[in-house]
Design a protein around this ligand. Sequence first.
Ligand code: CDP
Length: 224
Amino acid sequence: MIIAIDGPAASGKSTTAKLVAERSGFSYLDTGAMYRAVTYAVLQSRVDLADEQGLAEWLALQDITQRWEKGTCRVYLNGTDITAAIRSPEVTRRVSEVSAIPVVRQAMVRLQRTLAAQGDYVVEGRDIGTVVFPDAEWKFFLVADDETRAKRRQKDLEQLGIHQDISELVREIQERDRKDSSRAHSPLRKAADAIEVDTSHLTIAEQVQFILNQIKQPLTKETS
Ligand code: CDP
């Protein structure tokens, strides 16, 4: 079974998705971390983003994996732990551009489908309910107001030793949402059959419980 959790930047997807996975015994897949890993790899390499064929060949050689270790989801690129590096402001600034490239999306979607075919998964991202798993049994779309999202992101970054002003973070979040929502391929949007959850005034425990309560109910929609 697939539980898709989509939504804009810093809407609380990761924290929620991880806890829902833990509490329901599902595996967890963070597709944003995969696009961040590709972006990090691009920044480390000399690969030409305009050369589709070259980029596709280069992508096929990149080994991106996620593993649970001591309660955290660690991300590896070709065997190197890049969990912290993919959260850097530079990767965040470039990730929307890299993830809008069709060959990047094709490679990542293929990988996501292969990984999640192996069992019960909570998969979080931007296009999970619309493109990657349009037949997911459950789809949630998390939203929150800009100020709340910027404050949450500021707290996350502070834990990594990075300080950014709220006003700068609001601007960055809005810019990333604009790029993610307006791209030609699999833009960020709510699937027609997704349940929207506004997390602005919810605690983490409340938003997790809301989703757990929903998935305990028998499925009422068709799961073709
Ligand atoms: O910062 P936040 O945790 O909200 O974002 P993320 O989930 O780490 O995703 C980073 C970026 O990856 C997004 O801004 C999108 O550009 C891209 N992304 C995507 O295109 N498709 C997905 N399924 C997931 C992420």
